[in-house]
Design a protein around this ligand. Structure first.
Ligand code: FUC
Length: 802
């Protein structure tokens, strides 16, 4: 194959804006001058449920396919029947400091059965072979993912003919569409096949059309692949799926041979791909995969490709188009995307920050839509049957991080799958609460999956953490803080209230301090002492922080909804008995009740769980200067190194500490080939999408913060980004925020008030506020906070006061 150098000027192309013009603006595109050789070079498309990784091959193209309900195993109850009777002894051992013995008992009696939760699995691949196309005879190749339209395009010249291929995953029409065209008639010939590690042989569905010769099919032809999710440790694989690929051709011929469809000399071809499963819910697998696959395919096949595309782009833009971030382009910005990552640390390229930010939004829109599964460890995209950490929902940081950008970047709908997960975990986790703890309410530990597993998994060291569900439940309250939406709060209030009930029943007084603590627990995955039980403890700082937020949320929500006065009193009383945050001998925020930090075996551990209080929570803020200083010391001691998601979290921490430059430095550490794949997927390594989402959220924290009682404008602007513009960020209390800044200072802000709540705005300079030209308020220079009432639906202009 001939690789067009990135500096190749545009060649003549039927459409001046078409790929092939390497010099064109790339502000919202990932692009490459060569096909992907491996999965981490391929580019993702997704409609929330169906996903494809597109390689952009010339003679051989591959779309690796996912459907988000294809998981191993099936509905399953992991509760360990011995858990409840051993709980008391485990608590005794933990309080006695006999952590290794406690761990052995937890592993024997408290872990889920089987201990391993079922993983998410790949469907397989759609493969296209183009017999006449010789990779070495191609020029002016370009593949590109345009984030604004969510269309993947490949374009190249071969023997004087320009070939163009588009791929999109439509949420409106529930198919993946592949459009193959050329600027010469009869130039599209290919063989289409489907295969997958969980499936049998592909077969053709359509009968030969009337008058067709033997083996040849009428205008359309359909290939099918049936498969089943795997068994896991004695849990039967019960997900069944069917994948379909239908050829809709213009001109030429189509025939079926050897389990493949062969298209010869067509002018253009639309391939429609659909996957259906038997998944109805986490408890019900009674649907018919064949129907589920065929119905959207039949409906989509009735539409011309241009219409499918138009509907898809409009739908995507409705969500994606709400936020714009403009940061200046430099010479580096014209390079292929992977080269921009490689040079980011040396060559200024602010626009790559904007691209990476928007990529996070693109990924969330593409993997988390109302009605789909939530974003898992890899969002939606996974080419394995046994992926790292099962490609599940790890809820001791990863799933929460996936959703940090949802509200601030104006994608509230993308939260819906997480709210649905919570409604289901409340049911599944009530079983575990009862069976394993003898408690009311619901509990989930550090992982869950398609079957809403809630018992502890993986072993005492990692899994004995009862606070994962509570952290996730706080999504309900965050949703309310951003939207003021009482209906959603009312509908999900039981998730919050029952999460709190579990802890009201299971918190125990610490024999030494008297505070109410979780036990057994861990500070996620970090050891305070060496040994197999070295992570087990009672009342780690993070647990008390999460419970303080949970109890406060239940108290506030029950008050707003005018219900559960008794529960409100109970949670308030319990909150008062939680251990306070403490500053240790080194000036650090203590991770545990005891000051064990200095001797903990891994000083640079990737989890910084106890800074949950700093981000995403607001318990550590400018209102608690001593704790802010301790959080900073903790971060300094942990160091900047970390896995992808750990860097993503630290970007947010430093932004909350108002240190934009340190935060930017962490993003710079993330935007290196070690932590960012050629396709901009975040690398733990391996690929984990949480780092993408964490960084996207972190960028919003540079620009707007609203976690306390103030709305701060440019609270942590990195000096590397002295000028820019953002439109459409959301802040709590129902504000939509647009900002323009230059020379590192605010030029203008627009606040659109959705709820008509009072605005309390903090900025680095005094501000003058106007609405429709009339002055509303002017701030005194100190303190730099201006408060003014707003009217719902009105927009306020804020400019530095002279
Ligand atoms: C937690 C983390 C790991 C990884 C895994 C999916 O266990 O500690 O780093 O992110 O989740």
């Amino acid at each position: 194959m001939t690789t067009a150098p990135s500096t190749t000027p545009a060649v003549s192309s039927p459409d001046a804006t078409a790929p092939g013009s390497n010099a064109r603006a790339t502000a919202l595109s990932l692009w490459y001058p060569r096909p992907a050789q491996r999965w981490l070079e391929a580019l993702p498309v997704g409609n929330g449920r169906l996903g494809a990784m597109v390689y952009g091959g010339i003679g051989a193209e591959e779309l690796q396919l996912n459907e988000d309900t294809v998981w191993a195993g099936g509905p399953h109850d992991h509760d360990n029947p011995r858990a409840l009777s051993s709980l008391g002894e485990v608590r005794r051992l933990v309080f006695a400091g006999e952590w290794d013995r406690a761990a052995r008992l937890v592993d024997a009696d408290l872990m889920g059965v089987p201990v391993r939760q079922s993983p998410y699995q790949t469907v397989g691949s759609l493969r296209l072979l183009f017999p006449g196309l010789d990779d070495d005879a191609v020029t002016d190749y370009r593949r590109e993912l345009d984030l604004a339209s969510a269309v993947h395009t490949v374009s190249f010249l071969h023997g004087g003919t320009r070939h163009r291929r588009e791929v999109l995953a439509s949420a409106v029409d529930q198919v993946i569409a592949v459009r193959l065209t050329a600027d010469a008639p009869g130039a599209v010939s290919l063989a289409v096949s489907l295969d997958g590690p969980l499936a049998g042989e592909a077969f053709t569905l359509a009968p030969p059309g009337p008058g067709s010769s033997p083996g040849s099919l009428a205008g359309t032809a359909t290939l099918a692949l049936d498969g089943r999710g795997e068994d896991v440790d004695g849990v039967a694989g019960r997900v069944r799926f069917r994948a379909l690929a239908r050829v809709v051709r213009e001109g030429g011929e189509v025939s079926a041979r050897d389990g493949r469809l062969h298209v010869t000399a067509a002018d253009a071809v639309t391939l429609l791909v659909s996957v259906g499963t038997n998944h109805v819910s986490w408890q019900d697998l009674s649907a018919d995969p064949a129907r589920r696959a065929a119905d959207p395919l039949d409906a989509a096949a009735a539409l011309p490709y241009t219409e499918l595309r138009r509907r898809h782009v409009a739908d995507h833009q409705r969500l994606f188009g709400r936020v714009e971030l403009e940061l200046p382009a430099t010479a580096a910005s014209t390079r292929p995307t992977d080269e921009r990552v490689a040079s980011f640390a040396e060559d200024p390229d602010p626009q790559l920050v904007a691209l990476y930010f928007q990529y996070g939004r693109y990924l969330l829109v593409s993997c988390s839509r109302p009605g789909t599964q939530p974003a898992n460890l890899q969002g939606l995209w996974n080419d394995m049957t046994d992926p790292p950490w099962g490609c599940k929902f790890t809820i001791n940081i990863n799933t929460e991080m996936n959703y940090w950008p949802a509200a601030p970047t104006n994608l509230l709908e993308c939260w819906e799958p997480l709210l649905a997960l919570l409604r289901e975990l409340r049911v599944a986790g009530a079983r575990t609460a009862r069976a394993s703890y003898g408690a009311r309410g619901w509990v989930a530990h550090h992982n869950t999956n398609a079957w809403r597993a809630t018992a502890p998994t993986d072993g005492a060291f990692w899994g004995m953490w009862p606070t994962g569900g509570a952290w996730l439940a706080l999504t309900v309250w965050e949703h309310h803080r951003f939207t003021g939406d009482l209906d959603t709060l009312r509908a999900h209030y039981p998730v919050l209230a029952d999460a709190a009930r579990f802890f009201l029943d299971t918190l125990v007084p610490d024999p030494t301090s008297g505070f109410l603590v979780t036990c057994p627990s861990v500070s996620p995955e970090n050891a305070h002492h060496p040994g197999e039980g070295g992570s087990l403890c009672a009342g780690p700082t993070m647990d008390s922080q999460i419970l303080r937020d949970l109890f406060a949320a239940v108290a506030a929500a029950s008050e707003l909804l005018e219900r559960d006065a008794a529960l409100r009193a109970e949670v308030r009383a319990a909150a008062d008995r939680l251990p306070p945050m403490r500053v240790g001998a080194l000036g650090q925020l203590q991770e545990w009740q005891e000051d064990w930090d200095a001797d903990a075996p891994e000083q640079d551990h990737r989890h910084v769980s106890h800074l949950y209080g700093l981000h995403p929570s607001n318990q550590i803020s400018r209102h608690t200067p001593e704790l802010m200083a301790a959080a900073r010391t903790t971060l300094e001691r942990r160091g900047d190194a970390g896995t992808g998601w750990s860097l993503g979290w630290k970007i947010n921490f430093w932004a909350r500490l108002a240190d934009g430059d340190r935060s930017f430095k962490l993003l710079t550490d993330q935007l290196t080939p070690e932590r960012t794949a050629p396709n901009l997927f975040d690398l733990h390594p391996p690929f984990q999408i949480d780092g993408n989402f964490g960084a996207t959220a972190g960028v919003t924290e540079w620009l707007v913060q609203s976690h306390t009682d103030e709305l701060a404008l440019l609270p942590a602007l990195p000096s590397a980004l002295p000028e820019g513009r953002v439109r459409g960020l959301l802040a709590r209390d129902g504000f939509e925020v647009d900002l323009r800044w230059a020379d590192g200072a605010l030029v203008e802000a627009r606040l659109h008030s959705r709820l008509g709540r009072a605005a309390r705005v903090r900025a680095a300079s005094a501000l003058r506020v106007t609405r429709e030209g009339a002055e509303v308020a002017t701030a005194r220079p100190e303190p730099l906070v201006i408060t003014f009432p707003t009217r719902a639906g009105a927009t306020y202009l804020l400019r530095p006061a002279d």
